[in-house]
Design a protein around this ligand. Structure first.
Ligand code: ATP
Ligand code: MG
Length: 407
């Protein structure tokens, strides 16, 4: 890829996370390329290329399963008619003025992310002292920290993410600017925050990330309702921590993770509180109240972080199933095993029991029953042979409907 760009007469460097990670001996997660070719130039060179992004136009070049993100050098734009737009708080909403490498470097976020690797002679081009900061394991923003965070408040979350992943310290100048600007996170489009949420919590360092977000007041901006519950409920805080640890274990073991699980965990305490309130106002089942409350809490949360419906739907089901684990006899109880959200709901319940929020006996029952044969299960749930049960029910229904017709 780099060679092909070079051969066509363009400059091309590896940049960002892959250079940084290689320097500290980590296996790079993906590769970013910086070039003086425009996105359109890149597309005409590579058939396997797609252009993406409006705020920031990029070329995605696909090689097998790998996607190489290719960014054209950007210039810091000062002219009025440039294609860079700011909002009232100074946030950049469009950034598409192309430039040269020695202009590009200054608009990158942290010094450790502004290292360019030149494959021609295997040299690293370091304009900002990034190599030294990698050595000292610290995150330093390029330029004035305060205005860099105002330009793009997501950089606060990036600081935390890199600190957690790389075990770097966030430089005091950055911490001070963060504390001044946490409130600006609410200006960031909710869809972008969801993308960032995934990177924060599904990178294998969710627990440390959470600690840092909390420490710097960022979690509170992202999940205000959750933060409020965490402050007053020690058990719930333990539950959240257990969920973060379990997510990290799964990611590190290369098992699949779905964001709906952790979002369900973050919603659990606020949802329970609201569900109790709903039940006090109107007669309804616990499941029903949990489902309705999940809906309301999700709607409130969408104002900050937009969670796609394909996740909120399953999450509501997972939360609403929780009371059903208490029921351990009868066909309805046994049918829970066949529910499409059983697995997620079971994992959720199991985690609650780990911190003492669900009876250990209940968790054990549902763990054991999963390995039983159909016959054993029927016995465990005290379910009688099917035909008898069915005909009895049918007879009952018929009689009740006929009495209904007569009334
Ligand atoms: P990761 O290991 O997560 O891929 P990364 O440093 O490569 O980390 P990317 O989001 O892939 O992060 O971005 C690639 C590079 O683009 C960064 O290293 C940085 O130089 C630059 N960059 C990305 N996002 C921003 C931003 N919001 N502000 C300034 N520069 C950014
Ligand atoms: Mg990257």
């Amino acid at each position: 890829m780099l060679y092909r760009l070079n051969k066509a007469g363009y400059q091309a460097f590896l940049v960002g996370g892959c250079v940084r990670d290689a320097l500290i001996g980590l296996h790079p997660k993906d590769f970013d390329v910086a070039t003086d070719a425009t996105p359109e130039d890149v597309r005409s060179l590579f058939s396997n290329c797609r252009l993406i992004g409006r705020r920031f136009r990029l070329a995605h070049v696909r090689f097998g399963r790998e996607i190489i993100e290719t960014a054209t050098f950007r210039a810091a734009a000062n002219h009025k008619d440039d294609d860079v737009a700011h909002d009232q708080q100074g946030r950049i909403i469009r950034d598409n003025v192309y430039g040269t490498i020695d202009e590009d470097v200054w608009r990158r976020d942290f010094t450790c992310n502004a290292l360019y690797y030149n494959i021609d002679d295997f040299s690293i081009w370091d304009y900002t002292g990034g190599v030294l900061d990698v050595d000292r394991r610290r995150l330093v923003l390029i330029g004035d920290p305060d205005s860099r965070l105002r330009e793009d408040p997501v950089r606060m979350l990036r600081a935390v993410r890199f600190a957690a992943k790389l075990n770097f310290t966030i430089d005091k100048s950055v911490v001070d600017a963060m504390h001044k600007n946490v409130g600006l996170l609410t200006n960031v489009p909710a869809a972008r925050l969801f993308d960032e949420f995934l990177k924060l919590f599904q990178g294998g360092h969710a627990e440390r990330t959470f600690e840092l977000l909390w420490e710097h007041g960022l979690f509170d901006e992202m999940f205000p309702a959750t933060a409020q519950e965490l402050q007053q409920d020690q058990k719930y805080a333990e539950f959240v921590r257990a969920a973060l640890q379990s997510t990290d274990r799964r990611v590190r073991a290369d098992k699949s993770v779905t964001p709906m699980f952790l979002i369900g965990v973050f919603f659990w305490a606020p949802v329970q509180r609201m569900a109790a309130h709903k039940r006090s106002e109107e007669k309804m089942s616990e499941s029903q109240s949990l489902s309705l409350a999940s809906y309301d809490i999700a709607a409130e949360q969408q104002k900050r972080i937009s969670i796609p419906r394909r996740f909120t739907g399953p999450m509501r089901e997972m939360l609403a199933l929780q009371p059903r684990f208490e029921l351990m006899t009868g066909r309805r109880a046994m049918n829970l095993l066949e529910h499409r959200r059983f697995r997620a709901a079971y994992d959720f319940m199991e985690l609650l029991s780990e911190v003492g929020l669900v009876d250990k006996e209940i968790a054990k029952f549902w763990t054991d029953v999963q390995t039983q044969s159909a016959d054993q299960r029927a016995e465990t749930f005290q379910v009688h042979a099917k035909p008898a049960g069915r005909s009895r029910r049918r007879r009952k229904r018929r009689s009740s409907s006929s009495s209904g017709a007569g009334a």
